[in-house]
Design a protein around this ligand. Structure first.
Ligand code: AMP
Ligand code: GLY
Length: 424
């Protein structure tokens, strides 16, 4: 099978790595890929969907897998399907679950799926009236994609009104903020659940916990995610069942009923309040760095899972996972998440213990290659992933690998998985 992966981050690298282990996979392509994905396949620097579809046809691509949200929201799946190509991802319309918070909230309300009380509006006065009915803090969200920055938790009503005005006037997020959602603040703990969907059927993946803040003890600014582990013990069978019955099933049934059957990765961001799952948001793709811990736990060949999902055949698949744990630690560049950093060469120690060689690996993200040398180019540079029989063992292995990787300005959290280990 020839497979094209759209994207160029650690998420796409980890999907590539899982496919590489799969002997059904002949050749891998990445578009655009990064400085390290060309060790797994061939990079295709192309972002025009029609041209990519032409490429897929002329290179006999059997399956395309889309990593990031932007091409999904912009309709890459619709273009590929028009050309009768097999692609794993959500259609442009179904991607509105992530692309438009207004669409998402109204969908949740129509389907009776639990979510925070809200209004969506284009009018400042309406926003203010609703803000006055809520207790502080108050959540204000821009409707469109804002690279993870469009959600503001305002401490006071005055601040919420100012945020609403700045969004509606286009000052904060341009046109992405011309519609806003104002909602009540939920107090609980967050959990991400992923389901692979084919429009009809679904397979739920092990629950992952991300660490969004830059610094240890969940301090510092929000980031795209500084580390993950799976499966997390923060979820038990009863909660799992509630999530499946009250969220996953009604979401898929609702999307189908409304004419937008959901295919691809449904990523459900939940707040667990008094043991009840409440939907904060949907994403229509794997989380990054969540994907990097899910891929090494997948026992079912990755090509089979994604191909069956893309061809409405999930029903015939028995999905299996290794009875193990995985921990991923993100190594970021010096100025992340504030700005760019100077490129610096990445040196990986050549001497590695057998234990590390067998139970760890690197997933490359913000890297480029020059003269066969890898350079950190900014942002989240790479992830060290450890696999083990316990979270502690996986965590220790991931951190040991971190100690063997060097680049100027490297930084990482030292407490990934601390919530799970607290109970050890
Ligand atoms: P979202 O993109 O909607 O998931 O929001 C980003 C982050 O904002 C979430 O991961 C939560 O930490 C926080 N958040 C969003 N909505 C709420 C809410 N209603 N109550 C509390 N926190 C929220
Ligand atoms: N790690 C969170 C995300 O990918 O949205």
């Amino acid at each position: 099978m020839n497979i094209l992966i759209i994207g160029g981050g650690g998420r796409e690298y980890s999907i590539g790595l899982a496919l590489k282990k799969d002997n059904r996979v002949k050749k891998l392509y990445f578009s655009p890929g990064n400085g390290a994905t060309d060790m797994l396949g061939e990079n295709i620097p192309q972002n025009d969907f029609e041209k990519l579809a032409d490429f897929a046809k002329s290179n006999k691509i059997d399956l395309t897998i889309v990593g990031p949200e932007t091409p999904l929201v912009e309709g890459i799946v619709d273009v590929f399907k028009k050309h009768k190509l097999t692609i794993f991802g959500s259609s442009k319309k179904a991607s509105q679950l992530e692309g438009s918070k207004r669409f998402m909230k109204n969908f949740l309300a129509r389907q009776g799926i639990p979510t925070a009380r809200y209004i969506e509006t284009t009018e400042y006065e309406k926003a203010c009236q609703f803000i006055d009915t809520l207790s502080e803090p108050i959540v204000v969200k821009a409707d469109g994609l804002c690279a993870g920055k469009g959600v503001i938790i305002a401490k006071s009503k005055e601040e919420a009104k100012k945020v609403a005005l700045d969004m509606l006037s286009g000052e904060s997020f341009g046109s992405a903020g011309s519609v806003i959602v104002v909602e009540e603040f939920l107090n609980g703990y967050e959990l991400s659940v992923f389901a692979i969907c084919d429009g009809e059927d679904y397979k739920i993946l092990p629950a992952v916990q991300d660490h969004k803040r830059l610094l240890d003890n969940d301090e510092g600014p929000n980031t795209g995610g500084m580390g993950t582990y799976a499966p997390t013990p923060l979820i038990d069978d009863i909660l799992y069942q509630k999530i499946e019955e009250r969220v996953v099933k009604p979401t898929l049934a609702g999307m189908k009923k409304e004419g937008n059957p959901f295919e691809g990765v449904l990523f459900i961001g939940l707040m667990i309040v008094k043991n009840e799952p409440i939907v904060l948001e949907y994403n229509v793709r794997f989380g990054d760095p969540e994907c990097e811990v899910l891929m090494p736990l997948l026992k079912t060949p990755a090509s089979e899972l994604f191909y069956k999902a893309a061809t409405r055949d999930l029903k015939s698949l028995k999905i299996e996972f290794y009875n193990k744990y995985a921990v991923a630690v993100v190594m970021a560049s010096e100025n992340y998440p504030y700005g760019n950093s100077k490129p610096s060469e990445i040196i990986i120690d050549k001497q590695m213990s057998k234990e590390l060689e067998e139970n760890t690996h690197v997933s490359f993200a913000g890297v480029s290659k020059e003269d066969d040398k890898l350079f950190a180019t900014g942002g989240r540079v790479l992830l060290c992933i450890g696999v083990g029989d316990s979270i502690r063992q996986a965590r220790d292995r991931a951190y040991e690998l971190c100690g063997q990787i060097h680049f100027a300005g490297k930084k990482f959290r030292t407490d990934i998985a601390y919530q799970a280990l607290k109970h050890d």
